[in-house]
Write a protein that binds this ligand. Structure first.
Ligand code: NI
Length: 143
């Protein structure tokens, strides 16, 4: 039997979808208006799922009082009100990692996977009410 805990966090950030690997016209073709040089913003909703044994003493997998500050320092402080392309090191121009929400899932998973009190199972991000993306550990083996 497996028990998991999912907690939702929110941050707002801007980004531009653009890669130096493609020409300007190819960027326009692939990313359309999301390649606008001035960027655009999203209100991201991030679900973090952890699992593990239930501590018989507390009845919990992990105390939210411990998960929250872990996510706060590694994700919210680093991403909220930021321009992802230039203010988050993983998306710095020299890295050539386009800040799509797929890649944002990978970056956030990498930043959280060391949580010491439970196993990180999944990160799911809603970029808009119509789009969501998720990553699970087995899918991130190449990251
Ligand atoms: Ni966007």
């Amino acid at each position: 039997m497996k028990v998991s805990l999912t907690r939702r966090y929110r941050f707002a950030a801007s980004h531009r979808l653009h890669t130096p690997r493609l020409s300007e016209s190819e960027n326009q073709r692939v990313y359309g208006k999301c390649s606008n040089p001035y960027g655009h913003g999203h209100n991201y909703s991030v679900e973090v799922t952890v699992s593990g044994p239930i501590d018989p003493a507390t009845g919990m997998i992990a105390n939210l009082a411990q998960l929250d500050p872990y996510v706060e320092t590694r994700i919210l402080e680093a991403f909220d009100q930021k321009y992802l392309n230039e203010q988050v090191p993983e998306f710095a121009p020299e890295k050539s990692l386009v800040p799509t929400t797929e890649n944002l899932c990978r970056v956030i998973f990498q930043r959280l996977k060391g949580f010491p009190l439970a196993h990180l199972d999944r990160v799911r991000i809603e970029e808009t009410s119509n789009n969501s993306f998720e990553i699970e550990e087995s899918l991130d083996a190449a990251a």
